[in-house]
Write a protein of this length. Structure first.
Ligand SMILES: C[S@@+](CC[C@H](N)C(=O)[O-])C[C@H]1O[C@@H](n2cnc3c(N)ncnc32)[C@H](O)[C@@H]1O
Length: 311
């Protein structure tokens, strides 16, 4: 289950995240703990590291396999609740918040989780078993308009109409239950002789929908403002243009004083900047990193520093 690859954008992550070597750091997306362990190795023994993951198997894995010299706390929780989770375990302020969004390679490689079209498995795709609607339920019962919107919006797929129609035809005759079944329906519905990229985009779109990834990200970003200490850092790695846009716009908004419409003669909003953006544009991996680790492809890192005290 361990990843043989170096964590994505590791040096840049540590460079932007660490502002004190003895603070409290929150890794919201623990996975197999690659970034978490490297962070611990860069901090003093009296630092505290908190690791969250919505996937209980990631938490079990890290509990069994990660020993660090600092105090570590692993919590099976969605980062959409990060403020409440931190309060519950006794931390009201942290010095760094890190998110490496998306899916871990060990979840992707497990056929029973249904994330991959490379293996046949049940159409599940939930990070957490507590999520009520899995991919099978979504594919077989969502209205046609919802399927189409999800494929267009989250998959950025131009053949979404054709694919939606094919799924709707198939599900009227039999339940779509497996990843192979779905991949075949997609392949047979499109004119392209190279369906892999299209299948991958549709699987990604379903995963984002099932796990409410966009809603969770928005909630986590807004709560980060409340628990980051002054000088604390927010570092986010995203792999999808929608997520990157949300992170970019959030950091831009929170680093701006007045956000009134430009034609207002005087400020009515009283909005004050909370962040200083540390990365002028997104930080991306080198060609060398991508050739050593294809997972790094498409990664974009953005970082900000909190410039005010706690709200
Ligand atoms: C790309 S992996 C992280 C890899 C990790 N940085 C490492 O070095 O091993 C993303 C992880 O975030 C988790 N995750 C995704 N969305 C989440 C959410 N809303 N709340 C908590 N965990 C989430 C996934 O279950 C997955 O384990």
């Amino acid at each position: 289950m361990t990843s043989i690859h170096k964590p994505v954008l590791l040096e840049k992550t540590l460079k932007y995240l660490i502002n004190t070597k003895q603070g409290v750091y929150l890794d919201c997306t623990l996975g197999t703990g690659g970034h978490f362990k490297a962070l611990a190795n860069s901090l003093k023994p009296n630092a505290v590291l908190i690791g969250l993951d919505a996937d209980p198997s990631a938490i079990d894995y890290c509990k069994q396999n990660i020993q660090i010299q600092q105090k570590s706390i692993f919590v099976n929780s969605n980062f959409a609740d990060l403020q409440r989770t931190c309060f519950r375990i006794g931390y009201t302020r942290v010095n760094g918040i890190f998110m490496d969004l998306g899916l871990s390679s060990f979840a992707l490689d497990n056929p029973n989780r249904g994330f991959s079209y490379n293996h046949d498995g049940p159409l599940d795709m939930r990070f957490s078993p507590e999520t009520t609607e899995n991919a099978e339920a979504f594919i077989n019962s969502a209205p046609v308009s919802t399927l189409n919107r999800v494929f267009k919006e989250y998959g950025e797929e131009k053949h979404s109409n054709l694919i939606t129609k094919a799924i709707d035809r198939e599900r009227k005759s039999q339940q779509i239950k497996t990843t192979r079944q779905l991949a075949n329906i997609i392949t047979n519905s499109i004119p392209s002789p190279f369906p892999i990229k299209i299948i991958s985009r549709i699987f990604q779109a379903i995963r984002i929908y099932v796990n409410k990834e966009i809603e969770s990200l928005k909630k986590a970003l807004s709560q980060s403002l409340n628990i980051l200490d002054k000088n604390g850092r927010l570092v986010v790695i995203s792999y999808h243009s929608i997520e990157d846009r949300i992170v970019k716009q959030f950091m831009k908004l929170e680093s701006t004083d007045c956000i009134c419409p430009p034609d207002f003669p005087i400020c009515q909003c009283n909005h004050k900047a909370t962040f200083d953006i540390l990365t002028k544009g997104p930080i991306t991996p080198t060609i060398e990193e991508i050739s050593n680790n294809s997972r790094a492809r498409g990664a974009k890192l953005r970082a900000s520093k909190k410039i005010t005290g706690n709200k």
